[in-house]
Design a protein around this ligand. Structure first.
Ligand code: ATP
Length: 360
């Protein structure tokens, strides 16, 4: 399916590859496109050509490949990729692992910089007491091409009664993600915290040494270190003290779910995976098979991920559109009744989007 959204005939066109994927990925991508349509209608001289491509566990069941070559090629050619979520617990490779084409995209296009913004929109959304809206406002920068996740592609022979997953940390991978984190910090409160386990793991000692080198390039930013176990504690005890956190792949995976839990859950947590020439925008959540197809998934994370895409396209008009979408979400969420069931409300997926569109 291809849809074009334009407001005039002479326009700058952005090609968006849309991969709804599986489960609630399909439900929430539809809503992100509704908001993109609405915001694009008021943009002069900018058009979005959104073309849907198959990928995911469902696609594997239908045609035998979770990431068809044509989809991969389209992602490489597009200006940006908008992704829902992928994988289903019942659809697995013979070795027992789930289908994860979204991770294959990160490897294929070297999407090393996983941006996971976490913001508390309303005090009632947090399980923590005595917080005000906006008091939690951090950016987790997750290295997304190496770390412990790189072990997923290695072969292990459990017949021998021992399996090892290797934490792969390279100078190139560490330098580029640390630089990206410091650049994020420059746009924010200028505090960049490395989350590691440098008291135990040699890979993390190396990661820290590279972080410290990169820190010297950014004297305006306060560079801090925190062990990952302590970071989990401080995220709960004093989340407002964090600005930008940078960490390896697996720690980032775990801490970004924890941080999402502080602001209302996975449905409130957008994300972007950025490389040098390609970027994928998707909610931080998975396919949530427990609620898929029921019309109750929270579309906020997907809509905010779409806003991150508008920001990244780096045209003054799309950046302004991104700000409009973020403001509309923020404005809609000031009313605690405007919520889907995961955050204690009663709205449907489509009703939640309607409230955001009204604010837009
Ligand atoms: P993955 O491993 O792919 O990240 P997961 O199985 O760890 O996925 P999710 O699919 O993200 O986890 O879901 C975790 C929980 O959060 C589920 O109970 C799900 O219902 C809930 N959840 C996730 N996303 C949403 C959403 N957009 N709206 C409502 N609930 C959600």
């Amino acid at each position: 399916m291809t849809t074009t959204t334009a407001s005039s005939s002479k326009v700058q066109t952005f090609e968006i590859a849309v991969l709804p994927g599986d489960g609630i990925g399909i439900d929430v991508t539809r809503e992100a496109l509704r908001v993109l349509d609405a915001v694009a209608a008021s943009l002069n001289g900018v058009a979005f050509v959104c073309t849907e491509y198959p990928a995911g566990a469902g696609e594997f069941v239908r045609h035998g490949n979770p990431l068809p070559a044509a989809t991969l090629e389209a992602c490489g050619n597009a200006d940006a990729v908008l992704l829902g979520a992928m994988g289903l617990p019942d659809v697995r490779w013979p070795d027992g692992k789930e289908m994860t084409p979204q991770l294959d995209l990160r490897d294929r296009f070297q999407l090393y910089c996983g941006l996971r913004p976490i913001r508390l929109f309303h005090e009632r959304d947090s399980p923590l007491k005595n917080l005000r809206a906006g008091e939690i406002d951090m950016m987790i920068v997750r290295e997304s091409t190496e770390g412990l996740f790189s072990a997923r592609l290695s072969h292990s022979d459990s017949e021998k009664g021992e399996v090892c997953d290797v934490m792969r940390i390279t100078r190139e991978g560490s330098e580029r993600v640390c630089r990206a984190a410091f650049r994020e910090a420059m746009k924010r409160r200028r505090i960049c915290t490395l989350v590691d386990k440098a008291n135990v793991l040699p890979s993390m000692v190396y990661f820290r040494s590279v972080f410290d080198e990169v820190a010297r390039e950014f004297p305006e930013v306060e560079a801090r270190h925190c062990y990952v176990d302590a970071a989990a504690l401080y995220l709960v005890q004093r989340p407002g003290s964090f600005d930008v956190l940078v960490t390896e792949n697996m720690f980032g995976d775990i801490l970004s779910d924890l941080a999402a839990g502080l602001v209302g859950g996975m449905g409130m947590a957008p994300s972007a995976d950025i490389g040098e020439n390609c970027a994928v925008f998707q909610p931080s959540h998975g396919t949530a098979p427990d609620i898929a197809g029921q019309g109750i998934a929270n579309p906020v994370a997907a809509i905010l991920s779409m806003a991150m895409m508008l920001e990244w396209l780096d045209d003054p008009r799309t950046r302004a559109a991104a700000a409009r979408v973020r403001n509309a979400v923020e404005c809609a969420l000031t009313d605690p009744a405007i919520r889907t069931p995961d955050v204690g409300g009663e709205l449907t997926t489509s009703g939640m989007t309607a409230a955001i569109l009204a604010a837009l």
